[in-house]
Design a protein around this ligand. Structure first.
Ligand code: FES
Ligand code: FES
Length: 185
């Protein structure tokens, strides 16, 4: 059946079997292979995407169920081709990834958390990523990555808005690329 998926701010026409998962559709029909297939039954979080900004398991839903949502995949976070978002860069800088299999899901989960909470506690970060399994890092550096990203985003936000008014995370990510590389740790 024909559906329109709005993925990373682009409307995409797809023709899918009604029982095809969103994960398989993203990977096979839209070539968005950053959403990883791990357990494929809702346990590992490797397939995490954002639906209207909230983390969701792409392996647990049919593509047809995603019609009407704003879908964000890891490919949609970078401010420009060849650049990394602040959250992505923080994972690199703090060695918050090793094999990288869990990383897109972790980063999207972190992105969602930082969108609603600019200064999360360690416990809030642990709680947010608790549904995402990492077999490599031991989680310490992932938590550090989220804390580091939060710090940089707050700095970019205050530079952009001296009054302290909240700015959209996506906008801050876009204008924050310079602050990011000039800001240091
Ligand atoms: S692949 Fe979806 S939760 Fe593991
Ligand atoms: S970095 Fe390998 S599973 Fe997380």
């Amino acid at each position: 059946m024909k559906i329109i998926l709005k993925v990373n701010d682009r409307a995409r026409d797809v023709n899918v079997e009604p029982r095809k998962t969103l994960l398989d559709t993203l990977r096979e029909d839209l070539a968005l292979v950053g959403s990883h297939a791990g357990c494929e039954h809702g346990v590992c979080g490797a397939c995490t995407v954002l639906l209207d900004g909230e983390p969701a398991r792409a392996c647990l839903m049919f593509a047809v169920q995603a019609d009407g949502y704003e879908i964000t995949t890891i490919e949609g976070l970078a401010p420009a081709p060849g650049e990394l978002s602040i959250v992505q860069d923080a994972f690199c800088e703090t060695h918050g990834l090793q094999c990288g299999y869990c990383t897109p899901g972790m980063i999207l989960t972190a992105h969602s958390l930082l969108r609603r909470e600019a200064n999360p506690t360690r416990e809030e970060i642990v709680d947010a990523i608790s549904a995402n399994i990492c077999r490599c890092t031991g989680y310490g550096q992932i938590i550090e990555a989220v804390q580091f990203a939060a710090e940089r985003l707050r700095k970019a936000n205050s530079q952009r808005s001296p009054t302290g008014a909240d700015a959209d995370l996506q906008d801050v990510e876009a204008v924050g690329a310079n602050a990011l590389h000039g800001g240091g740790r």
